[in-house]
Design a protein around this ligand. Structure first.
Ligand SMILES: Nc1nc2c(ncn2[C@@H]2O[C@H](COP(=O)(O)OP(=O)(O)OP(=O)(O)O)[C@@H](O)[C@H]2O)c(=O)[nH]1
Ligand SMILES: [Mg+2]
Length: 319
């Protein structure tokens, strides 16, 4: 199951202990080595929106501890770092302070979230003219620990939005390499899907219905994924009896969720245009033409309409 929220606990590795040791020969001084430092925990952003599901089974992570020091002033080996992969678009929040620690915005962005603990000093380090045989050494320190809330909001250039069954996933599949499930019933898409067209990311957002911003249908959980989308591809089926009403339902939910969403540039797509005659399509377009600069009919069965949509999309990235 797709997860866009998770809570995990992360901790740097404990530092290794320093040791108490003396040279083997009679009268030789202290030679206990220092412990190695504990490994750090790093977060790295990658291009995989499914990654938060890894936290369904494991929620506690700790980097490797440093090794204890050795005789002969030998320092213990440092613990290895632990790298946790997160999907690009994840906000990392400190559970206790609620502070945003990182926004994982770029692929390969790497952040140190918890430092490893320092290794303890061995007794060699405590020698002095007055204390020639220190009988003690330090323990290693524990690594830094944090409880994190991870919140993923998809980052996409274009977001396909609309009522259930409007043909969003079909368009995603047509425009990109994605294989989003398509079926003739509402709520086929239960999780957002991404595809890439000409280097730009298009997100297919599960269908929204009236009351979505209050939790109806698939609820508010997917509206958040529209927040970081740059341009909306608003799909309205040409089969509708009232295109303006369909349009308004979605706009109302976007506005209820966050007024900023209404400011995003929008292209209105009158989908499944093959199912209606030209005259009806024109009527529908006329009713919506004052809502957005671009209102165009598309059908996955009409190659030209898809090519036209592609040109409009390309024009959008250029502008
Ligand atoms: N004739 C025709 N049918 C289409 C077209 N696009 C989609 N459909 C059909 O419409 C139905 C819904 O398509 P989907 O792409 O699953 O719609 P959706 O908006 O993703 O639906 P949800 O995920 O449920 O919100 C499917 O039966 C598709 O085959 C089109 O251009 N022409
Ligand atoms: Mg769908």
């Amino acid at each position: 199951m797709f997860k866009d929220e998770a809570e995990i606990s992360v901790q740097g590795g404990r530092g290794g202990a320093g040791i108490v040791s003396f040279g083997k020969k009679m009268g030789s001084g202290p030679d206990g080595g220092n412990g190695g430092h504990g490994g750090g925990v790093y977060l790295v952003a990658v291009n995989d929106i499914t990654l938060l599901t890894q936290f369904s089974t494991q929620t506690v992570f700790e980097a490797e501890a440093g090794a204890v020091g050795g005789r002969n002033r030998k320092t213990g080996k440092d613990g290895g770092d632990l790298v946790i992969m997160l999907p690009v678009g994840t906000t990392v929040i400190d559970k206790k302070t609620k502070e945003i620690l990182f926004e994982m915005k770029r692929i390969d962005q790497r952040e140190l979230i918890c430092k490893g603990g320092k290794g303890g000093r061995g007794n060699y380090e405590f020698r002095s003219p007055r204390r020639t045989t220190p009988e003690f050494a330090q323990k290693g320190l524990p690594g830094e620990k944090k409880n994190l809330i991870l919140n993923l909001k998809l980052i996409a250039d274009f977001g396909l939005i609309g009522l259930p069954n409007a043909g969003k996933s079909s368009l995603l599949n047509e425009l990109t390499n994605a294989k989003s499930k398509v079926a003739h019933y509402p709520f086929t898409t239960l999780i957002p899907n991404l595809g890439v067209f000409n280097g730009k990311v298009i997100a297919d957002i599960p269908g929204l219905i009236e009351g979505a911003s209050e939790g109806r249908g698939l609820g508010v959980s997917f509206l958040k994924h529209i927040e970081k989308v740059s341009i909306l591809l608003h799909c309205i089926s040409s089969e509708t009896t009232d295109p303006q009403a369909d349009y308004k339902i979605i706009r109302k939910e976007l506005g209820h969720y966050n007024k900023e969403l209404l400011k995003k540039p929008e292209i209105i797509l009158i989908t499944k245009s093959d199912l209606t005659d030209q005259k009806t399509i024109e009527k529908v377009m006329k009713k919506l033409k004052n809502k957005a600069k671009n209102v165009l009919p598309v059908s996955v069965y009409d190659w030209e309409s898809i090519e036209h949509l592609k040109t409009i999309i390309i024009r959008f990235f250029r502008s």
